[in-house]
Design a protein around this ligand. Structure first.
Ligand SMILES: [Zn+2]
Ligand SMILES: [Zn+2]
Length: 239
């Protein structure tokens, strides 16, 4: 083939970084520069809240879930990707985020045999703004990649609540207390709960409580990102 045509074809059909558009290898998802810019959670991790031990402020047993994990902190390029998926309709970012979540699930919960993947349901006001539940999209992709069945509507809201975003930590917990109900098949004992961001853990905790009431024995939570909590429970978002 003519060299110029070959070069043109390689430019047209080559794989590009999902964040910045640079040309990358076929086996990569993002370029090395963007990868270096992602606020990855390190290797000395608290098994309960999924943050580096230096950033862990959890009490170890304050929520109903048995463990949480996330590939990233909620900041920089990770925050950008989640925002693009959540608020700007960029559904095509789902597989990219799911790849990182899948890897983290395998690292954080290597011996768990998950029976079912369940996404956190959306708030009513969010459903009005968006036609899709991004946590369900991530759950679907994880289900496909991990070969674990998905039950998208296993958890429902039984009463309306205020939006969690912007509420102080104490109020986040009381706002959601008893707000969820779950329905599970009787073989679903170990559940992988999927959400986008773990903040105080209130939402995941209340969902886990509902899942356990419905027959689950263990509930683990995987999110794209975890916020860094300051002592006193404010959230630092600008990593
Ligand atoms: Zn890039
Ligand atoms: Zn912790």
């Amino acid at each position: 083939m003519n060299g110029a045509i070959e070069r043109l074809l390689s430019v047209l059909f080559c794989k590009r970084c999902a964040i910045c558009g640079r040309i990358i290898g076929q086996e990569e998802e993002i370029c090395s520069l963007c990868r270096a810019d992602l606020p990855t959670i390190g290797s000395n991790i608290c098994p309960f809240c999924g943050r580096d031990r230096a950033n862990c402020v959890c009490e170890g047993d304050e929520f109903a879930f048995d463990g949480a994990a996330a590939p990233f902190y909620y900041g920089g390029k990770a925050r950008h990707l989640i925002h693009q998926l959540k608020f700007y309709g960029q559904r095509e970012l789902t597989p990219l985020l799911a790849v990182f979540m899948e890897t983290r699930v395998k690292e954080a919960f290597p011996s768990e045999q998950f029976d079912l993947i369940v996404p956190v349901p959306m708030h009513r006001s969010e459903r009005r703004e968006r036609e899709y539940n991004h946590s369900a999209l991530l759950g679907k992709e994880l289900s496909r990649r991990l070969g674990i069945p998905l039950r998208e509507k296993a958890i429902t809201k039984v009463r309306e609540t205020k939006r969690q975003r912007g509420l102080p930590a104490g109020e986040r917990r009381t706002n959601l207390s008893g707000a969820f109900s779950a329905c599970l098949p009787d073989w679903a004992k170990t559940i992988l709960l999927v959400d986008d961001v773990l903040t105080t853990g209130s939402t995941a905790g209340e969902c886990a409580k509902a899942l356990k009431k419905a027959g689950a024995q263990q509930v683990y939570c995987i999110t794209c990102a975890a916020t860094v909590l300051e002592h006193g429970n404010g959230t630092k978002e600008n990593l």
